[in-house]
Write a protein that binds this ligand. Structure first.
Ligand code: MRU
Length: 362
């Protein structure tokens, strides 16, 4: 794929493919497998999982082996394609049923990121339209559609990077929360994309990465990814952000999103809302960066966004070490919703949206 609007040189991020389709033959996409980086092993090990098994993909999404809103959408699309490819059904009508069943199942893996449902819907709409094809062609066409979803995401992120980089000035220090980088998408990320583009343009930037309790996506993934790409990153505990802002050390905040309602309210990793409140208090611009697959215009406000709750053990016994009494009560939402009034701009592949967002998002 070539990108005519920006000729960047994302050497590393282009080489690591977070989720992709791999086949043995260079001449055929079938038989193939979905291959993704096992992000639970990072930063200690860089390992891939290759599979066509729908249960393995469901559990990989649930356990955050593949995570980040766009990346789980791409994984689900490949999951449907892989499941249909391996199906022994002899008719296209039955293969279509298998695709629909796989889509319904994968939709139960995580509730918040709308990209998952967006990608599944796109696959099923495509499959229904392709139901007149012969079984082999139907299988191949589903794989092609899943690859197109992956490629579209890579392209959207690159555009987000290009637009978002206009918000960054030379010498800026940027705060980010969780991981909305290449590991969360098909290629260069959403919130981290402008940083890669800024670096490519020769701007000097620094990044503070919140460690992002309880699963440490900031520490394990964002810090790792930015370091791999030669970006000056400093890891902080989540509760350090306000103090840095108070000292005038943050020029802007850039975060991703899992679902954006029609009024601009944006769900993202738990802790994002607190960062937005702090940014408002200190007069620091707070930017949300996401592709159009993250928008859910059916929802009029963020109150309607379903928030995933995670298992207590992720808080009390994270990474195998008990840090709280076994029977303590735990509340662990995976996401929170930042109200639109705290957001300075939403950057998507079409450009930079400024408030008021209502009407513009639809
Ligand atoms: O639970 P995770 O790791 O999937 O949460 C990810 C985030 O909150 C990201 O910021 C969001 O998905 C945007 S990714 C471009």
């Amino acid at each position: 794929m070539t990108y005519s609007f920006y000729f960047g040189n994302y050497q590393f991020m282009k080489r690591i493919k977070t989720v992709e389709w791999v086949s043995k033959s260079a001449h055929s996409i079938m038989p193939g497998k979905v291959r993704f980086i096992d992000q639970t092993k990072l930063p200690n090990k860089f390992l891939h999982i290759s599979t066509t098994d729908i249960d393995t993909i469901w559990h990989a999404i649930k356990q955050l082996k593949v995570r980040g809103a766009p990346a789980i959408g791409v994984a689900a699309a490949f999951g449907i394609a892989a499941h249909v490819q391996d199906s022994r059904e002899k008719t296209t009508a039955k293969l279509l049923k298998a695709a629909e069943k796989a889509g319904k199942y994968l939709a139960t893996s995580r509730p918040t990121a709308v990209n998952l449902f967006w990608a599944i819907d796109r696959m099923i709409i495509f499959a229904r339209a392709a139901a007149n094809l012969a079984p082999k062609d139907f299988k191949e066409s589903l794989i092609c559609e899943a690859i197109a979803i992956r490629d579209n995401d890579a392209e959207m992120c690159l555009k987000i990077g290009t637009h978002g980089s206009k918000l960054i000035k030379n010498g800026f220090t940027i705060l980010t929360h969780c991981n909305a980088g290449g590991l969360a998408t098909a290629e260069i990320g959403t919130a981290l994309a402008p940083m890669y583009v800024a670096k490519d343009k020769g701007l000097q930037i620094k990044v503070y990465a919140d460690e992002t309790r309880p699963l440490l996506q900031g520490a394990r993934l964002t810090a790792w990814e930015l370091m791999q790409n030669g970006i000056d990153v400093t890891l902080i505990c989540d509760n350090t952000a306000g103090w840095l802002m108070k000292q005038g050390k943050i020029d802007c905040v850039m975060v991703g999103a899992d679902r954006i309602a029609a009024n601009g309210d944006s769900a993202n990793k738990i802790g994002t809302y607190s960062v937005a409140v702090l940014a408002k208090e200190h007069g620091i611009p707070f930017y949300v960066l996401a592709p159009s697959s993250t928008f859910d215009p059916k929802l009029t406000s963020g109150d309607q966004i379903p928030i995933e709750e995670r298992a207590p053990e992720e808080v009390t016994c994270g990474f195998g070490r008990r840090t709280a009494p076994e029977t303590v009560k735990v509340y662990s939402p995976a996401f929170d919703v930042t109200p639109a009034r705290l957001i300075s701009a939403i950057v998507c592949e079409r450009g930079i949206l400024r408030p008021p967002f209502k009407g513009k998002i639809r």
